[in-house]
Write a protein that binds this ligand. Sequence first.
Ligand code: F6P
Length: 328
Amino acid sequence: LKRIAVLTSGGDAPGMNACIRAILLTAAACNIEVIGFKHGFNGLLEQEYQTLHPQHVDNIIQRGGTILKSARCPALEQADGPARAAASLKELNIDALIVIGGDGSFRGTMAISKHYDGQLIGVPGTIDNDVDGTDHTIGFATAIDTALDAIDKIRDTADAFERIFLVELMGRHSGYISLAAGIAGGAEQIICPEFGPLSPDNLRAIIKPIQHAQLLKGKSSYLIVVAEHSYPGGATALAEALTKAIGIECRACILGHIQRGGSPVGADRILATKLGAYAVEQLLQGATLMMAGEVNGETCLYPLEKTGDGTKQIDPFLVRWQQQIGSY
Ligand code: F6P
């Protein structure tokens, strides 16, 4: 390996910078040149890149976002997109490409592989944690803490005003952030896509525990964490439906992109460093079309094409426990 490239793609995640740093430092120690494409796959298609040197990654381990910028890339999904991306890699003499992103970015990487002889490897970077082949993705731990900080604050005002609050968290079509932050925040209820469809016609399962808590326990605050895409119209529509159904005002708070920002927590910096370094080491061993992940504390490779299969389970112990205590 003489020259490798790295890019960050899709929703940015805290820890992406730590990962770029680990890739550069590991490669530099092996005399491998690293270039960074800007704005995800767009930079690859447009040949917008910079050669990275150790000074570029000084003082970035603690920074959120990504120094390479990130983006989604509709151009890669066009019929000629993957072939153009592969041609660009060949033209720039890139021996291997490391893609830091989620399963959508890995799908794009697989498409490029049909036209490219070099090595391709993925590193899971997304707050959603919805990538198979790794227990945690880079950014997930920070997103939990960010959401938790907000939940704790909402709890204060909910308690003071004796209100019911619905807090909507990100996760795309998964409930990893909601389950984790909901449990840690002591939420009375957690609603995730994994718990089955919720529609305006089957709200009884949610309403009953609220009424039970109010009548029998005299709770002064009640928090429901709602994963995005769990209810048509989101937490705002659900708050309106619940207000109508139980006759008590329910308020919604949509946390949004705050969850993507901020300085990565220690766990994310360590995971990002480990997976970035491991990706370079595995490239040197000849790995390709693999994702560098971590399972049970051990680094491991996982086939890139299977990272979006959705086989990873949301913690069944916590799901069972939360549902068991749901009416208290
Ligand atoms: O994948 C990360 C994520 O933040 C999801 O949680 C969310 O559904 C999506 O990206 C939002 O994307 P955008 O910033 O393009 O609206």
